[in-house]
Design a protein. Structure first.
Length: 436
């Protein structure tokens, strides 16, 4: 985790003290249920909860010192709690194994991280919708292969982004449900030394589902799906970021990131206004996606368990969620403050002499009786003249002067095919599909 790209709420989920607090709650809830079942004394559960009620400081350094000797983090934690609570603490962890604590804790952390990310997505969706509605009918050029294609509106560009992030949200809801499982099943997952009712109770207390078959670990296909979902969200972030970066290029300059008073774009060139935020988002997306392959490789563990997944998850759990949280918040700010230049959009759209209307003429010629191939040839031979003139010539003028074209279409019919508004007649339909 790099502090530069981290926000407090998400970072706090992964602090050692936060982790140990979840560990304690799992152990205490399990002990409580064991007491209710008569396996351990009620006094044991009471002692744990009474100590917890004092809101004790988790002494991370003391636990680390014990672990330096035991070389086992869960045992170090249990030893430290025993020192704090006293004799009754010996009834903790009855029938449980370390993975019961570690895996269930990771489920809690990832579920809570999901809640933050879902709130981030909601904020981003709201920002995109606001700007989409603002520019619902702002004409701009659509591009394919980076080349002028046909007119769209800037609102439609943003509506596409909204629909994509709305799908991302739905995927994250599903991924959260899949990852939020509890395993308190003991060694190799047979419940030989801990009643399944304990697992059910702990799951209920922590807001988790039970893992149907946990072997000794929660199956890592769940985690693979979760991190894959984060990777897809990161790719959607990059898609919108790249769009903004292209629109900010000097030759285009249809939109750009907000440039605050006093901001400097270059240490050498005072004129520079660089798309640093969206470039940063492209880089952060790569970091999040880097967690996907290790998560997929974690699925194949040996037999009922090994710990090859553990070191990986100590990295990717915090890094992927913290980075994605920051990236979503940053993108929201970019969208909210994005500078949009409709006049430049209009200028760019008109700079190629009306080539953007070529398809309408093509279709009109076919409807007038020409074959598609002949229609294409007639339009293309005029369009290439405009292209090679870099827009100095007018497609409409050339078509009007082409006898083969005017034999099929009148000048008035040709002029009608250059109506910009024609392209926007279904904008309302698309917006209704996206926004409801």
């Amino acid at each position: 985790m790099v502090p530069r790209y981290a926000r407090p709420a998400m970072t706090a989920l992964w602090e050692p003290e936060a982790k140990y607090r979840i560990w304690f709650e799992i152990e205490a809830h399990a002990t409580q249920k064991l007491a209710d079942l008569g396996v351990v004394p009620q006094s044991a559960a009471k002692a744990l909860w009474d100590w917890w009620a004092t809101d004790p400081k988790i002494d991370v350094e003391a636990i680390d010192a014990i672990e330096a000797v035991t070389k086992h983090d869960v045992i170090a934690f249990l030893d430290w709690v025993a020192r704090e609570v006293g004799e009754e603490a010996r009834f903790m962890h009855q029938g449980m194994t370390s993975s019961d604590v570690l895996d269930t804790t990771l489920s809690v952390q990832l579920a809570r991280a999901s809640d933050i990310l879902l709130a981030d997505l909601d904020a981003l969706l709201a920002a995109i919708r606001t700007r989409a509605e603002e520019h619902k009918y702002t004409p701009t050029i659509g591009r394919s292969h980076g080349i002028h294609a046909e007119p769209v509106t800037f609102g439609l560009k943003l509506a596409q982004a909204y629909a994509e992030f709305d799908r991302c949200r739905a995927r994250l809801v599903a991924a959260r449900a899949e990852i939020a499982t509890c395993a308190i099943s003991g060694a190799v997952g047979t419940f030989a030394n801990v009643d399944p009712q304990v697992e059910e109770y702990v799951a209920e207390q922590l807001g988790l589902a039970i893992e149907p078959v946990s072997t000794q670990v929660i199956p890592r296909d769940r985690h693979a799906m979760f991190f894959a979902t984060l990777g897809v969200i990161a790719s959607s972030i990059e898609r919108l970021a790249v769009e903004i970066r292209h629109l900010q290029r000097t030759e285009v300059l249809e939109a750009e990131e907000y440039f605050s008073p006093g901001q400097k774009g270059s240490s050498a060139m005072p004129h520079k206004r660089n798309p640093i935020l969206t470039e940063n988002l492209t880089g952060l997306a790569r970091v999040v996606r880097a967690a996907v392959t290790p998560a997929l490789e974690n699925v194949a563990l040996w037999h009922e368990r090994d710990i090859s997944h553990s070191s990986v998850e100590r990295y990717i759990g915090p890094d992927a969620t913290i980075t994605l949280d920051f990236a979503l918040a940053r993108l929201t700010g970019v969208v909210e403050k994005l500078l949009v230049y409709p006049a430049r959009m209009e200028k760019n759209m008109n700079r190629m002499g009306g080539l953007i209307h070529s398809q309408r003429v093509l279709l009109a010629l076919t409807q007038a009786g020409l074959t598609r191939d002949e229609s294409y040839r007639l339009v293309q031979r005029n369009a290439m003249k405009v292209w090679e003139s870099d827009g100095a010539l007018s497609l409409l003028d050339l078509l009007k002067a082409d006898a083969d074209v005017t034999a099929a279409l009148t000048p008035e019919q040709l002029e009608e095919k250059f109506d910009l508004g024609y392209h926007f007649k279904h904008v309302d339909t698309i917006f209704a599909r996206v926004f409801g």
